[in-house]
Design a protein around this ligand. Structure first.
Ligand code: HEM
Length: 212
């Protein structure tokens, strides 16, 4: 069996740059939130970066470029290559239901690493949408007068802050579950890594289109 890479190099690079960007965005975002909380709590200072409001904003705006440009490259490559369609679709409701059931009973299989199961497809697509919403609402909070249409879509400036907050909650929740799933099937980490493709010689591959 030929040695192949399960994920194209661009996708792997984007994935890890995104992980760094999300970490920086979330921890600096918590620092900014603490200066003017929307809800009745703040985040522990030790879990934030920037030291103070100004520092948090500087980190947030610096990481924003990495986060936004990397997201555009990831989605562009996926759309242009047709990978988005063949890797994340179709999602059949019966399959999704069966996979959710298996996942709840800790029986969900991920033996063929060349395919995502229906739960993974849904989770990955949802976090892509959450990232788009985080970026859209972030733009409104940053400069609401320049993005009137987005502002209306978000329900106004004040609402955009709430939308931004819950996009963050979704992303953090996704990452926590994502890390548990990776820990349960640690070989997937190698597929997203940069070691030599020979690691995957033993993996059964059913899809020709993945021979990239
Ligand atoms: C240290 C943190 C992270 C680790 C260890 C990790 C690990 C992985 C691994 C191993 C896969 C491949 C799963 C498989 O082949 O079955 C994967 C895919 C993915 N991860 Fe992560 N991840 C991390 C952070 C993140 C973050 C922060 C996000 C987004 C908020 C994210 C979103 C995704 C997405 C969308 C995919 C599918 C990528 C594709 O095939 O295009 N990950 N991750």
């Amino acid at each position: 069996m030929p040695a192949i890479a399960l994920h194209p190099l661009t996708i792997r690079i984007c994935h890890w740059l995104n992980a760094i960007a999300v970490f920086l965005m979330v921890t600096s975002g918590w620092r900014i939130y603490n200066a003017s909380p929307i809800f009745n709590f703040t985040f522990p200072k030790a879990m934030t970066i920037g030291g103070w409001l100004g520092g948090g904003i500087l980190w947030h705006f610096a990481a924003m470029w990495l986060f936004g440009i990397n997201a555009l490259i990831y989605i562009g490559v996926n759309l242009y290559s047709g990978r988005l369609r063949h890797k994340f679709f179709p999602i059949r409701p019966q399959q999704l239901w069966a996979d959710i059931n298996d996942a709840l009973h800790l029986k969900l299989q991920h033996t063929d690493l060349s395919h995502y199961n229906a739960v993974q497809k849904c989770a990955y697509l949802s976090v892509m949408v959450a990232i788009a919403i985080a970026i859209g609402s972030g733009l409104v909070i940053w400069n609401s007068s320049q993005f009137p249409l987005l502002r209306e879509l978000m329900g106004g400036f004040d609402n955009a802050r709430i939308v931004h907050f819950f996009a963050m909650v979704f992303m953090v929740g996704f990452v926590l579950i994502h890390l548990v799933m990776v820990a349960l099937v640690p070989v997937t980490l190698k597929s997203m890594g940069f070691s030599r493709p020979r690691l995957f010689k033993s993996v059964s591959l059913k899809s020709k289109s993945l021979e990239v």
